[in-house]
Design a protein around this ligand. Structure first.
Ligand code: HMG
Ligand code: MG
Length: 303
């Protein structure tokens, strides 16, 4: 118990990773309300949108509007994904606090997701990282398919270490190790994390787990045992990646908060409010929330 962190930072990525995969058009009003309600629930960081090609991800085409309309609480980090300088210009105009460049530990996924090799992606990220730092924006890097790839299969920890090193060398300040298709199990997760920790300090490494195989909470616990204290989660378990077929959403924020609070770990986030947000957004999308603890607490709250 004593080896677990006493406080954990949760980044809700629902508005971006969650909604990017939705086929139905979601009005900007809903996206803005989602971000504002997450702000009210106490999150210190929220991934709001992405500045990518609208032909590739139509759902995020209104990113600039959403960023303008959200109500910002001082101290909260509002992040956006950017794949290149064009995306960075959007992020700068939108006054994002943090930009997230997203690479991959798998060559095949890099090609499918951002239409270039890993090496080429780093060359696109290099000016982004430089410009962001000049403008005082924090730069995070996501390493997709760190535990397996839908096109290539197995991914070794060495591939995670390789991309982490390339990111570090171009000035990326933090890396998120992402199990895009949710295939990882705890020991494999620890090996991928170790690879990133060979390059980055522990405070600058986070975990991003999709729950496709139901392993996300176990993997988060495995990370906690290593002292990792930042995780991406998605309210109501929204989402998936449009270029990772069959991948379900991120692990539900509600379930992770239930786990952390049960372990006596502080997050600063109001679980009751997050449960209500999860029920609301799932209603808007016309389905039940993918949040086990979230749904159980919602039943109790209704009674
Ligand atoms: P490309 O076609 O090779 O790019 O796509 P291009 O530079 O040749 O440009 C083609 C067109 O896109 C041009 O427009 C550009 O202006 C436009 P046209 O002349 O044809 O009208 N364009 C842009 N428009 C807006 N914003 C931009 C931008 N860049 C170019 N930033 C590109 C390359 C990277 C742009 C494309 O592949 C793309 O947008 N990919 C994004 C895919 C994506 O968003 N995937 C989901 C996020 S990653 C994820 O979910 C995983 C993560 O959660 C972690 C995990 O779970 O693993 C992060
Ligand atoms: Mg993701």
């Amino acid at each position: 118990m004593s080896s677990l962190p006493s406080r954990v930072r949760i980044v809700d990525v629902g508005p971006r990773d969650g909604l990017q995969n939705e086929k139905q058009a979601i009005p900007a009003d809903v996206k803005v309300e989602l971000v504002d309600r997450l702000t009210d629930a106490g999150f210190g960081a929220i991934e709001v949108t992405s500045f990518v090609s609208p032909k590739w991800v139509p759902q995020m085409a209104d990113g600039a509007e959403v960023m303008t309309r959200i109500r910002r609480r001082p101290g909260v980090v509002y992040s956006v994904l950017v794949p290149n300088m064009k995306g960075f210009e959007g992020a700068l105009a939108a006054r994002a606090d943090e930009v997230v460049v997203f690479g991959a530990a798998s060559e095949a996924f890099s090609q499918k997701n951002i239409n270039c090799s890993i090496a080429e992606s780093i060359e696109r990220f290099r000016p982004v990282a430089q410009a962001a730092r000049q403008h005082g924006m924090h730069v995070r890097g996501a390493i997709s398919c760190a535990l397996g790839c839908p096109y290539q299969g197995e991914v070794k920890p060495e591939a995670v270490a390789y991309v982490a090193r390339l990111m570090k060398d171009i000035g990326v300040q933090h890396v998120g190790v992402a199990d895009t298709i949710g295939v990882g199990t705890p020991r494999a997760t620890q090996a991928a994390m170790e690879a990133a920790l060979g390059v980055y300090d522990i405070a600058d490494v986070s975990g991003h787990f999709h729950d496709t195989y139901g392993q996300a909470l176990a993997n988060i616990y495995a990370c906690l045992e290593m002292g990792i204290a930042t995780f991406d989660t998605s309210v109501a378990g929204l989402g998936g990646c449009p270029y990772a077929k069959g991948a379900t959403g991120n692990v539900a924020t509600e379930d992770v908060l239930y786990l952390l609070h049960g372990l006596g770990i502080e997050t600063g986030i109001d679980l009751g409010k997050v449960v209500a947000i999860g029920q609301w957004i799932s209603g808007v999308l016309g389905r039940k929330a993918f949040a086990r603890a979230g749904n159980a607490i919602a039943v109790k709250m209704a009674a």
